[in-house]
Design a protein around this ligand. Structure first.
Ligand SMILES: [Zn+2]
Length: 437
């Protein structure tokens, strides 16, 4: 028996280490070839540690890694589904070699320090293609901060269904866009999933019913159901919009709304076509306030704005290890959950031996995180006649939101509780997302 224990333990461990597959870097996005020969010393010091750092991040499903040096040590922080986890620590010299190596591979000036540089590289890990965005920023004491953002090019999070957008919300979008008038916004702060949601919603537009055009800057996200409209050289934004309206456009997708002049044009022309675009703002209330401020015309905003969709990303429980429990009826009432809910779920913990207290292996599917991937909670603020009236009067956002709640519109809270009731996420995760804003 003793032999069996030791034998198993010994042969397992070295195997595990050998199996750690390393990422293959496949060239800079800017096309600059890295001269590895001329930088042989750097390659020797930095290439393997850089590969190991990236491989660890990708194997843990991180979307981002940040490497920061303080004093003699550097620490990596991994971001997995929007939550920070501590990564490896490195001696300062090794961290410097990693940063320089990544710069070289990403086609940046690896000898230049003290200036912000951005680039990217292609990579392959466990037979999946990735794009890695690289940012190097000078920080205190002559050090640099390295941020890598990873995108799995095979990962599908593009249709309304894949985003977890319920059929009623998809129908709501089709209704507001089908009217051939009004401004429809998709609003959120950075990292709220706003761009992903925007493209997901666009893909939900029914092309058989509506003629949809875009003049937004080309992006790497394809939207097959929307035709690109040729912009004549020298034409203003307004002239191009008018040409599209004359070409019988029903729906026009434009670049994210960031200035008052464009806002005014869209609101004024929205009588004859439905405009849809992203707008960076804290939430729907802040977006309305901004539109009124930009145009100084609450009347125009109230008549032309039709709907605001705002997403928040929330982590999904790992279905392999989530733990079912019977909810206390008092909790259900307090949280506003259906009182006939029989089962709820929380994050799973590795099994513990009741006798020895020994903690077992973490779940292999989620690496013991308890969550796997994210879904979108989508709030929909439809500008109903009563809400139009409030906007025209210059009512504060709180009042507009209270009205929407009273009308039974889809709020973050409602969507979040639906996800909890369906066992897709946990109450703890919902509370975390709300606390984070
Ligand atoms: Zn799990």
């Amino acid at each position: 028996m003793i032999f069996g224990l030791f034998g198993g333990g010994k042969s397992d461990q070295p195997d595990d280490e050998e199996e750690m597959e390393l990422v293959a870097f496949q060239g800079a996005l800017n096309g600059k070839a890295a001269d590895l020969k001329a930088n042989a010393r750097l390659v020797e010091a930095g290439l393997v540690p850089a590969k190991e750092m990236v491989s660890e991040a990708l194997s843990r499903r991180a979307e981002m890694i940040r490497l920061e040096t303080k004093g003699d040590r550097a620490a990596a922080t991994l971001f997995i589904d929007g939550v920070a986890y501590a990564g490896q620590r490195y001696p300062r010299q090794q961290a410097t070699a990693i940063v320089q190596m990544i710069k070289l591979l990403a086609g940046l000036d690896h000898k230049l320090k003290g200036r912000h540089q951005e680039g990217g590289l292609k990579a392959e890990f466990t037979e999946l293609p990735y794009e890695i965005r690289v940012e190097v920023t000078p920080v205190a004491e002559g050090q640099e901060r390295l941020v890598l953002k990873f995108r799995n090019l095979k990962e599908k999070m593009s249709t309304p269904e894949e985003l977890g957008i319920p059929p009623e919300t998809k129908q709501k979008l089709r209704d507001v866009c089908g009217g051939k008038h009004g401004l429809v916004l998709v609003v959120g702060p950075p990292f709220s999933g706003v761009t992903t949601t925007y493209y997901g919603l666009l893909r939900g537009i029914d092309v058989y019913l509506h003629a949809a055009f875009t003049i937004a800057a080309p992006s790497d996200r394809d939207v097959y159901n929307i035709s690109r409209f040729e912009v004549n050289e020298g034409d203003s934004f307004e002239q191009t919009c008018r040409r599209m309206i004359r070409s019988e456009a029903d729906i026009i997708s434009v670049d994210p709304l960031r200035d008052g002049e464009t806002a005014k044009t869209l609101l004024e022309l929205a009588e004859n076509v439905c405009f849809i675009c992203e707008m960076p703002a804290k939430d729907s209330g802040a977006a309305i306030e901004q539109l009124v401020k930009w145009t100084s015309d609450p009347q125009l905003v109230s008549t032309s704005l039709d709907a605001i969709f705002s997403p928040k990303l929330i982590r999904k429980l790992c279905t392999e290890c989530r733990e079912a429990f019977r909810p206390n009826p008092k909790l259900l009432t307090k949280m506003g959950l259906p009182d006939d809910l029989k089962v709820m779920y929380r994050k799973g913990e590795p099994p513990t031996d009741p006798k020895t207290g020994e903690v077992g292996e973490p779940c292999a599917r989620c690496d013991g995180v308890g969550y796997l991937g994210r879904t979108v909670m989508l709030e929909v603020l439809e500008i109903t006649p009563d809400i139009r009236e409030l906007i025209a009067k210059g009512a504060p956002p709180d009042q507009i939101k209270a009205k929407a709640r009273a009308e039974g519109q889809t709020t973050f809270q409602k969507e979040g509780l639906r996800l909890v009731a369906e066992g897709i996420t946990s109450l703890e995760e919902l509370q975390r997302v709300f606390k984070a804003g």
